[in-house]
Design a protein around this ligand. Structure first.
Ligand SMILES: [Zn+2]
Length: 198
């Protein structure tokens, strides 16, 4: 990357609002070159923003062992369930899979939710019910995909029961690692991360 390119990148970051810089730093900094990382770090310092933002950028450019992800996931597990308010049990994740069809148009959706066990089960049950009602009416994909998606929900429900962080939670943790690292001491921000996905 030439000095000229770096200059342009630097100007681009300098033009961003604080909120925009915060969003890019926490959610959109994967695969950054070290020179660009340096530019963002300088910009954060220049504006007197929290140094945790720079750790968030770094966190998106690291590789993790399962154990490290489990440690991060604990920050989310300890929150109270934002669906039902339950704060007695540790939260976990589920992937709910839905198919909706209308004749020749079939749409599929897979979504991760972080909540307590019974709210996770409810999420999968809702997905099974709406897929069973609305999935079949598409040719050919609705007919072919509906049983597959229902089966995936049934499988996901088995993972909801696990007492340790399950795959859905770990993959959500990895997908949001920049924000989790940045806001690790801020429960309200962590709640916002999981509530975006309801
Ligand atoms: Zn709940």
């Amino acid at each position: 990357m030439s000095g000229f390119d770096l200059k342009l990148i630097e100007e681009n970051y300098a033009r961003m609002s604080d909120a925009e810089l915060e969003r890019i730093a926490t959610t959109d900094s994967q695969g950054l070159r070290p020179e660009v990382y340096q530019i963002i770090e300088n910009e954060i310092k220049k504006r007197n923003l929290s140094p945790n933002l720079a750790s968030g950028v770094k966190a998106q450019n690291k590789e993790y062992t399962i154990e490290e992800l489990e440690t991060y996931s604990k920050l989310l597990r300890e929150l109270s369930c934002l669906v039902c308010g339950n704060h007695r049990e540790q939260l976990n994740g589920t992937a709910s899979h839905t198919v909706k069809s209308f004749v020749f148009v079939t749409s599929y959706r897979t979504k991760i939710t972080i909540a307590c066990e019974s709210c996770l089960d409810k999420k999968n049950n809702d997905a099974i019910r709406s897929t069973a009602l609305l999935g079949w009416w598409g040719i050919p994909w609705g007919v072919l995909k509906t049983p597959v998606y229902i089966y995936r929900n049934v499988q996901a429900k088995k993972e909801n029961k696990l007492k340790k962080p399950n795959n859905a939670l770990l993959s959500f943790t990895l997908g949001n690692i920049g924000e989790i690292e940045t806001y690790k001491d801020d429960k309200e921000k962590l709640k916002q991360i999981i509530s975006r996905n309801f």
